[in-house]
Design a protein. Structure first.
Length: 458
């Protein structure tokens, strides 16, 4: 933590008023960290330091927003929403935790971890986009901030009322990352005006077992056919409550109901631009809610449920899902980070038979993926826009629990000077994108073989 709170020039974006405020915020967090390390420092000192950090954060947001407005930055509204979410949701929640625990050591560490992680990620990704002139487009179709907050609170209330859970919304930009063993449920509604509304719900299996399983008084330790059917109807009920917030959905009827594996879910998710994409920590496991509207839905080969085939289809899905999970657990996990959909699709096809492959298109989504499903290897594009590959590498290495994750750079430049820049960053290796796919696969296989031999000797 101490090292990651030190200012580094890679955080500079080249705008003096913004860079000065960033340095100041890092200094304040560093002082707060030092206070937390000294037992003699009073609760009052920590409270004043937190207050000081908050005041400067709000002042910085105002200055940054004025600057974006002055240059006519096209990503202003999305960027402002990110500020608003941190100011009105994240900070108040952290302050409440500090007060409730009388500024305990754990609460201070939590505050520092969240704020430092947010500040680093925001500076290297969203703030860099201001000067690059290429705003992030992934979330440009999200519902207005107030509606997102209402939606999040609605789901929190529903989960509490249905299962007596105390969930917390931990992201309003869930990027489709895998977490644990999951059940992926898809509902498509169609209105009389032929508008399609698509809902994707992701349940970590332990959530179903510990909630619906306890209601049914079953001693099942895994999701079975009975639990899955109960989950389907519970999910339908949850969506019916949510529909009440959208008047245009009053006449909507279910067009399709599907159960998906993760690969099918990810393909669908990557093709939509969600209006809501929320991730919750229920205390019993993760739950994700995604919603979008469309004119034509993506037709993937999921398990389509009809009234006359429901029991057989659910049983078949669960058997296939368990088999796929068993295979996945025996495979090494590879995360591919690249802004090119072509490269990601090629890598997915290249490695998916022998490895469990996840993909990310930005440093932010890479971090979410690493947090939710730690990979055994990251293949990282060196020439990423907005947040460069070397910056993403430094971000990963700055986090103690991620520091030992192997990184291999993918690069399209193999001249001597470019290769030297890559090697100087001390990754586990680099691969040219110009190599034949089978050669890239062989190099990755060789990496894991060498690592296995080294592990067996140690």
């Amino acid at each position: 933590m101490e090292n990651q709170l030190l200012w580094n020039h890679r955080y500079d974006i080249g705008v003096d008023i913004i860079d000065k405020e960033h340095k100041k915020l890092f200094r304040i967090l560093k002082k707060l960290f030092d206070f937390g390390q000294e037992e003699l420092k009073s609760q009052w000192v920590c409270r004043e330091a937190v207050k000081y950090f908050k005041e400067h954060t709000l002042a910085h947001f105002s200055d940054e927003e004025n600057y974006m407005s002055s240059i006519g930055y096209s990503g202003f509204e999305v960027h402002k929403r990110i500020h608003t979410n941190f100011r009105e949701t994240t900070l108040p929640a952290l302050e409440k935790e500090l007060e409730m625990t009388s500024y305990s050591e754990e609460a201070v560490k939590h505050f520092l971890g969240v704020c430092a992680g947010w500040l680093i990620g925001h500076t290297l990704i969203e703030d860099q986009a201001i000067v690059s002139g290429k705003p992030l487009k992934q979330w440009e179709n999200l519902l207005p901030e107030e509606e997102q907050a209402v939606m999040g609170q609605t789901i929190v209330s529903l989960l509490h009322n249905m299962f007596q859970l105390d969930p917390k919304m931990i992201s309003n930009c869930y990027g489709g990352e895998k977490f644990g063993d999951g059940i992926y449920y898809r509902l498509i509604y169609k209105t009389k005006k032929n508008k399609l509304w698509e809902f994707l719900l992701v349940f970590e299996e332990q959530v179903i077992v510990s909630t619906i399983g306890s209601v049914l008084d079953t001693k099942a330790k895994a999701v079975n056919t009975m639990l899955m059917n109960a989950t389907r109807y519970t999910a339908r009920q949850l969506i019916e409550y949510i529909k009440e917030h959208f008047p245009s959905l009053n006449d909507a009827k279910v067009q399709k109901e599907q159960l998906l594996n993760y690969e099918q879910f990810k393909i669908i998710f990557n093709k939509i631009t969600p209006q809501s994409s929320l991730l919750f920590d229920t205390g019993k496991g993760y739950f994700a809610y995604c919603m979008t509207t469309t004119d034509v839905y993506t037709n993937e080969n999921g398990t389509t449920i009809l009234t006359e085939n429901a029991i057989a289809k659910v049983e078949k899905y669960l058997n296939q899902n368990k088999a796929a999970q068993a295979i996945a657990k025996s495979k090494k996990k590879i995360l591919v980070v690249d802004d090119s959909e072509f490269i990601l699709e090629m890598m997915q096809k290249l490695f998916s038979n022998d490895y469990e492959v996840s993909t990310a298109t930005s440093g932010l989504s890479a971090f979410r993926n690493i947090t939710l499903c730690r990979p055994d290897l990251v293949l990282l594009d060196y020439e990423m826009p907005v947040c460069k590959g070397n910056q993403i590498l430094e971000m990963i290495r700055s986090e103690k629990e991620f520091a030992d994750i192997p990184i291999i750079f993918l690069t399209s430049k193999v001249d001597r000077e470019s290769v030297k820049k890559v090697i100087d960053l001390k990754p586990q290796g680099y691969l040219s994108k110009a190599l034949a796919p089978e050669m890239i696969k062989n190099e990755v296989n060789l990496f894991f073989e060498k690592r296995a031999k080294a592990d067996s000797r140690s």
